[in-house]
Design a protein around this ligand. Structure first.
Ligand SMILES: Cc1cc2nc3c(=O)[nH]c(=O)nc-3n(C[C@H](O)[C@H](O)[C@H](O)COP(=O)(O)OP(=O)(O)OC[C@H]3O[C@@H](n4cnc5c(N)ncnc54)[C@H](O)[C@@H]3O)c2cc1C
Length: 322
């Protein structure tokens, strides 16, 4: 089954979430059936970056009117590409702001809907997405003859595990776009506020919850994170209180993370928190309540007072590092 993977660029590089979308695309077909798509006016560098990944081929969708992103330009160009490529079964995107802007319109042009913010793909394929702030999950199966449009949630699929097949062939597709078809005038690109942390790509995270009780006690956990070379994250109440910035919040209304190690300190394990971190490879929880729900997802649990356990752990980590 042929899969079109639409990559997104930022600052002249492919966004890392695009590689997570590649991991999702590879669940829908083998690498040789995956065609990576880069869009713009000068996509040579992006195409080379994509060709080194495990994809069958790379298509550069090139037009001067695509130099800057517009929803009209991108949906017209991709519509023509899909019509030009026979037998596309799936069109996969990272679930970014840009994709949310144009992908539903693109799907509509082909009489389809976008299955957005997918967190898992099972055999069938069956796509899972969260509903009602993560309280429920919904399963979706595509029916009908047109391509199935899917965008995948950041952090839900692990990028980089797949082996590259070498250098994929690169071809160029030139869509026909008239200036009058672009109904919007692009302004300055939206710049997200400068982030000091990228939790979605962190390998180790120490996350702190309301069990810490007081902002003044946070350095205790920060010290453990530093000793472990980990990023500091938090449950929502910690960020709501302004004890840590919102960019460090994990959960349904924060970040979705999938580090190798997630150490939850004084976090109860509410569903809204779990949906953001349960994809972590190894979860360790410290909680004084043996019945805390966090232990249901933890690989290792320490039942104890964090004010005793955390300093001891920090000392042990420092001692182990010499
Ligand atoms: C629409 C919506 C969206 C939400 N989005 C998010 C989200 O994105 N992320 C998020 O985290 N939450 C989110 N929440 C909030 C969520 O429901 C929980 O309220 C929150 O996760 C609880 O945070 P907590 O575990 O830090 O605190 P608590 O639930 O209060 O848990 C504190 C834990 O610390 C333990 N503890 C206390 N003292 C100690 C000690 N001395 N040593 C060891 N353990 C101790 C306690 O046993 C307890 O388990 C959302 C809620 C709603 C309604």
């Amino acid at each position: 089954m042929s899969v079109l993977l639409v990559l997104e660029e930022s600052g002249g590089k492919i966004r890392s979430t695009s590689w997570e979308a590649l991991a999702a695309a590879l669940k829908l077909g083998p690498a040789q059936d995956v065609t990576a798509v880069v869009i713009g006016a000068q996509t040579e560098g992006l195409a080379k970056e994509a060709a080194a990944k495990p994809v069958g081929k790379v298509v550069r969708v090139e037009h001067p009117l695509l130099a800057q992103y517009t929803a009209d330009g991108f949906s017209i160009a991709l519509h023509q590409l899909i019509q030009n490529q026979n037998g596309t079964k799936f069109v996969v995107f990272p679930h970014t702001y840009q994709v949310r802007d144009y992908a539903p319109a693109l799907a509509c042009r082909l009489g389809q809907v976008l299955i957005g913010d997918v967190i898992a793909i099972e055999d069938g394929p069956v796509f899972t997405r969260q509903l009602m702030q993560g309280r429920l999950t919904g399963s979706y199966r595509h029916s009908g003859s047109g391509p199935c449009f899917v965008s995948v949630q950041a952090g839900a699929f692990r990028a980089g595990d797949e082996q590259s097949t070498g250098a994929a062939a690169i071809t160029t597709f030139s869509p026909k776009i008239e200036a009058a078809q672009i109904r919007t005038k692009p302004g300055e690109p939206f710049r997200e506020s400068a982030q000091t942390v990228d939790l979605s790509s962190a390998q180790r995270i120490v996350s702190v919850g309301r069990g810490i009780k007081d902002a003044e006690k946070l350095p205790l956990v920060q010290e453990l994170a530093s000793a472990m070379g980990a990023e500091l994250a938090a449950s929502r109440p910690i960020c709501d209180n302004g004890w840590l910035p919102m960019e460090r919040q994990v959960g349904s209304s924060g970040h979705t993370v999938s580090p190798k190690l997630y150490l939850a300190v004084g976090i109860s394990g509410a569903i809204q928190h779990l949906v953001g971190m349960k994809g972590s490879q190894c979860i360790v929880a410290i909680n004084k309540d043996p019945d805390a729900p966090i232990f249901e997802v933890a690989d290792y649990g320490i039942v104890g007072d964090l004010f005793e356990v955390v300093p001891a752990l920090t000392e042990a980590v420092k001692a182990a590092k010499g």
